[in-house]
Design a protein around this ligand. Structure first.
Ligand code: F6P
Length: 525
């Protein structure tokens, strides 16, 4: 299927972004796409109309529309786990399976959130001042990212997130907190994840040591494993469920969002869901050639399969989106980092790229050097809000100027001729010496995602945009975007190594691992 892109890629390789812009005064209008105040500008991608048409034809041939409707109608789209994929139902974008009370569960956890916020549900000594969410992967990254992004909306208790089994994470988080005024939420879809259960037990001990019998009052849980939460000792009234048709990395819309709801309140949480639902509608109702998730997906396919670029830098020019790259890493790489096709054979093409990134402008002062002058082309996705939550200020104008400047510099660079012209008047030998170093090749692609401001609605919409982009790419690559078998082997091996590290009998590890275990033992006091 990717063969159809080859002639277009050859044509694009033989031209430059400068030439593409020079040859088409309408390029921005032609390659930028809108949904209300959300704008996706792909004009700085190395693409032309014929290439985009070929991509759209490929998407149609792959059956993206039928796949989308199959997912929405509750088909077992997650083939290898035999599960429906219905996270859209959590925000009204699809119907939940009969009997699964999505609205009632939402009402229940939002009511609990409001009770905590108002102090109606609190500690013996007063309202909770701090919430510690213990979870990992999808049970951490979503709520942690959203809580950080929506800090201006937080008028409830302070939110903290502990994920790593490294005790440093829990210890350093709890150090500043008063157990008598802290609520711990154990968030785990399965309620069996090693890291989360270990952290949950340690946090429970911390509470017990401080408030004794009252400790139970300081704990809530979110899980599909209601029995597991009960066995852990969390009272049923504070256990909030969800369903197996919600993948971990798609679960922020469920009760996994409880800490966020406690922070920002029910109304703002519903606005967050409404933003996602607006994107669901756009995704379902807009023709592919104007459909933002489809367009973003196709740009990604173009970069990866036609141009052969293996990574993507995701750079929010928004400090409050500092966790967004990490969130999208799980969403995209755990979904589409697959080498086996849905039918069980090998995929015939490269699939999910490596996603990485940090917020601008900080990133400019670290790795942007390589993006501009390194030997590899790294496509960049910029995200920016036109207005700041903190009011108009020089800061925001400077932030936007930097964001736009990076896209410009990547696309158009600075030729050696231009460098020499700018150095005119300097010692000619010095010009010869420095001009190659000061030259920017340009012709490096980027997409800019712009919206009016980062509020709950806009954030919900933005996350859903990425979710659907990942889905479309999975359909085109013909992989199961909703399983994650690649994380299992490491989990199993860690469980097997635990007794060996404790000096007990266990399976003989390979020579390198045995050597490392022996070396670790030598450090013992
Ligand atoms: O890392 C694998 C994974 O299963 C993720 O998909 C998931 O988000 C994470 O572990 C946490 O799982 P749980 O919510 O069941 O603790």
């Amino acid at each position: 299927m990717m063969d159809t892109l080859a002639p277009h890629a050859a044509r694009m390789q033989a031209t430059s972004l400068r030439a593409l812009f020079d040859g088409d005064p309408d390029r921005f209008a032609r390659f930028s796409f809108r949904m209300d105040d959300l704008l996706v500008d792909c004009s700085k991608e190395k693409i032309d109309a014929a290439a985009l048409d070929a991509l759209l034809a490929m998407a149609r041939d792959a059956g993206i529309e039928a796949a989308r409707e199959a997912m929405v109608s509750g088909a077992k789209w997650n083939l290898t786990e035999d599960r429906a994929v219905l996270h859209m139902a959590l925000r009204g974008g699809a119907e939940a399976p009969e009997g699964d009370d999505v609205a009632g569960t939402l009402d229940r956890f939002l009511a609990f959130a409001e009770d905590v916020r108002a102090g109606r549900y609190g500690a013996a000594s007063g309202p909770f001042t701090d919430i510690v969410n213990i979870g990992i992967g999808g049970s951490d990254l979503g709520p942690a990212m959203v809580a950080r992004a929506l800090e201006p909306d937080r008028d409830g208790p302070c939110l903290h997130f502990v994920s790593n089994v490294d005790s440093a994470h829990l210890t350093d988080t709890l150090k500043a907190l008063d157990p008598a005024r802290t609520l711990v939420i154990v968030a785990s879809k399965t309620f069996t994840t090693m890291e989360t259960m270990m952290n949950a037990r340690t946090a429970r001990d911390w509470l017990r040591a401080a408030v004794g019998e009252e400790a139970g009052r300081h704990m809530a849980a979110v899980s599909t494993n209601i029995d597991g939460a009960a066995e852990f000792g969390i009272e049923a009234s504070r256990v909030f469920g969800f369903w197996d048709w919600v993948g971990g990395r798609y679960s922020v819309w469920s009760a996994i969002g409880l800490p966020v709801a406690i922070g920002i309140g029910a109304e703002d949480f519903r606005a967050f869901l409404a933003g996602a639902e607006a994107m669901d509608r756009h995704f379902r109702e807009t023709p592919p050639e104007r459909n933002l998730p489809v367009i973003l997906a196709l740009i990604g396919i173009w970069r990866r399969n036609a141009m052969g670029w293996p990574t993507v830098a995701l750079i929010p020019y928004d400090q409050r989106l500092e966790r967004f790259p990490a969130y999208v890493q799980q969403l995209d790489m755990e979904s589409n980092g697959k080498r086996t096709a849905r039918g069980g054979g090998a995929v015939g093409t490269a699939t999910g790229p490596v996603i990485w990134g940090e917020p601008g402008t900080n990133a400019q002062h670290s790795f942007f050097q390589l993006l501009h002058q390194g030997t590899d082309v790294v496509p960049v996705d910029f995200i920016a809000a036109a207005t700041s939550r903190d009011g108009a200020s020089d800061h925001h104008t400077a932030l936007l100027a930097n964001c736009l400047a990076q896209g410009q510099a990547l696309a158009f660079g600075r030729s050696e001729e231009e460098v020499r012209a700018r150095m005119a008047g300097a010692d000619p030998a010095e010009i010869d010496r420095l001009a190659p170093h000061r030259t920017f090749p340009g012709d490096r692609p980027s997409t800019t995602i712009l919206h009016r401001r980062l509020d709950p609605f806009a954030l919900g919409r933005l996350i859903a945009l990425f979710e659907h982009k990942v889905f479309v790419q999975g359909v085109i690559w013909d992989i199961d975007s909703f399983d994650q078998w690649g994380v299992e082997l490491g989990k199993e091996l860690a469980t097997a190594l635990l007794p060996v590290l404790n000096g007990e009998a266990g399976p003989d590890p390979d020579a390198s691992t045995a050597g490392l275990i022996a070396a670790i033992g030598e450090y013992d006091p």
